[in-house]
Design a protein around this ligand. Structure first.
Ligand code: NAD
Length: 469
């Protein structure tokens, strides 16, 4: 599986219904994905139920050793995986994009394999001896989005496997090939039937989240779909980890150095061309340095090359699909019509192939404009003025989601004080969006619940059991 073509061959269906997957940069056909149905899902779950007990019986050490070999398999196929990901998702090979994502998938798999999880003695006082253990759940369902399809699939399945579960994966209908290929690679090592991809529509996702033999759903996607999953999982009282939408605020305090922070602000907002859950989506800048930050950010942004992903020079790519392109274009058009000042971009070239939307910076925009209050999920950043810390904290907290946020300042003590006032799962200081396999990650408010990564992430894929006695 050393070339992207040979990798693709291993996942191309030989029978059954298929759909063409198109390259969002060129419109060319990337490959064919199976069009799986709820019957296929039911078969995958049956298979998972059959093989899970033997996998659980292996114990942590043997499972971890197998998962490390699966990570080796990812590393061996890394370049082919990255090229397929780039062609299907649109993200460039270089920068924090396709090669970075495949490397992350391998790193997170290794971390899930290598993180110790000890039973916890909760009371041992001579008369009571109570120990908390984590038992496997059984079969876990994993439903993912199209923005980081390989990395997020690993985030969902790696801790599930480590904890002794089998997994049925339902990838986004926009990026099934990336997930099918990744799973084909790790399945060279894993027992047959332990991880199965069911490449279907949302009906398949809906069935998965109500399936009586699935004990937990790991879901990453929009808040609207998260709510649908809560409803459809209710009858079977499934455990859920919900990583949902965000609208992260970045707050630049008056003492920040505009030139020093400009590059960090740029990548915080425009990583994966803005199609990232915990990207900086609203930038609040203190009045005193507003123009300087706008100027410094515009200078950085204007110099970053956007283009077809497999062109080694590109660092930004197209939007992944037409629906997302239309959302971004609509929000920016509305901002322009409202009289906001366009610092950069806002002018997509019509009549060219690909869903390319230029990097767009919008200044002097109303604090309640939809480009500020809605998740744009693309390369368009609103920059809002503020004059007091109390005011900006209220603005940052004034949305019903709370995934991440950031504070930018030369004064770490003050920055941490402001950070503690933000109603989000993570706050970064002088950075935005960096994730780490050992640092728990999750949302607050309608960005979801449950933690991923590290020991907390492993615990979330087990059923806690106290043995008292
Ligand atoms: P989406 O909610 O439209 O789709 C996600 C997945 O859910 C797809 O596989 C889809 O087929 C499936 N699905 C749709 N309806 C379903 C239903 N009723 N039951 C079960 N499954 C169903 O999201 P998207 O557009 O693919 O992804 C973008 C969104 O994901 C953004 O809001 C982004 O912020 C969010 N996201 C969050 C995180 C995080 O960690 N919090 C990470 C990445 C993306």
């Amino acid at each position: 599986m050393n070339s992207y073509e040979s990798l693709l061959e291993t996942i191309t269906p030989t029978s059954g219904a298929t759909r063409e997957i198109l390259d969002p940069a060129t419109g060319a056909v990337v490959g064919l994905a199976p069009f799986d149905t709820v019957d296929d899902l039911d078969r995958a779950v049956l298979g998972a139920v059959a093989v899970q007990p033997a996998w659980a019986a292996l114990g942590h050490a043997a499972r971890s050793e197998t998962l490390l070999r699966a990570a080796d398999a990812i590393d061996a196929a890394a370049e082919a995986l990255a090229e397929l990901l780039s062609r299907e998702q649109g993200k460039p090979m270089n920068g924090p994009n396709a090669r970075f994502e495949v490397g992350g998938a391998s790193a997170w798999l290794r971390a899930a394999a290598g993180t110790p999880l000890e039973s916890e003695v909760v009371v041992d006082d001579g008369s009571t001896h109570a120990v908390m253990h984590y038992r496997p759940i059984g079969v876990v369902g994993a439903i993912g989005p199209w923005n980081w399809p390989m990395m997020i699939t690993i985030w969902q399945i790696a801790p599930a496997l480590r904890m002794g579960n089998a997994v049925v994966v339902k990838p986004s209908e926009y990026t099934p090939l990336s997930v099918l290929a990744l799973v084909a690679v790790i399945n060279q090592v894993l027992p047959a039937g332990l991880v199965t991809v069911v490449s279907g529509d949302r009906e398949v996702g809906a069935r998965l989240s109500s399936h009586p033999d699935i004990g937990k759903v790991m879901f990453t996607g929009s808040t609207a779909t998260g709510k649908a999953i809560i409803r459809s999982s209710a009858d079977t009282v499934k455990r859920l980890t919900l990583e949902l939408g965000g609208n992260d605020a970045g707050i630049v305090l008056a003492d920040a150095d505009p030139t020093a922070i400009a590059e960090g602000l740029f990548w915080g907002a425009f990583i994966n061309t803005g199609q990232t859950c915990a990207a900086l989506k609203r930038l609040y800048v203190h009045d005193d340095i507003y123009e300087e930050v706008c100027t410094a950010l515009t200078k950085v942004a204007a110099a970053i090359p956007m283009g077809v992903g497999v062109d080694e020079k590109s660092l930004l790519g197209p939007l992944q699909n037409k629906a997302q392109f239309d959302i971004v274009a609509g929000l920016v058009d509305a901002a322009k019509a409202s009289g906001a000042r366009v610092l950069l971009g806002g002018n997509p070239v019509a009549g060219q192939p690909g869903y390319f939307y230029p990097v767009t910076l919008i200044a002097d925009i109303d604090k309640d404009h939809p480009l500020v209050l809605e998740e744009q999920f693309g390369p368009a950043l609103p920059i809002i003025r503020y004059s007091s810390v109390d005011e900006v904290v209220a603005l940052a907290n004034g949305v019903d989601v709370g995934l991440g946020g950031s504070v930018w300042s030369a004064d770490l003590v003050q920055a941490r004080e402001v950070a503690a006032r933000l109603e989000t799962g993570t706050v970064w200081i002088n950075a935005h969006g960096a994730v780490h396999p050992m640092i728990p990650f999750g949302g607050s408010k309608q960005s979801g619940y449950g933690l991923e990564f590290g020991v907390e992430g492993l615990k979330a894929l087990g059923v806690p059991q106290v043995i008292n006695g």
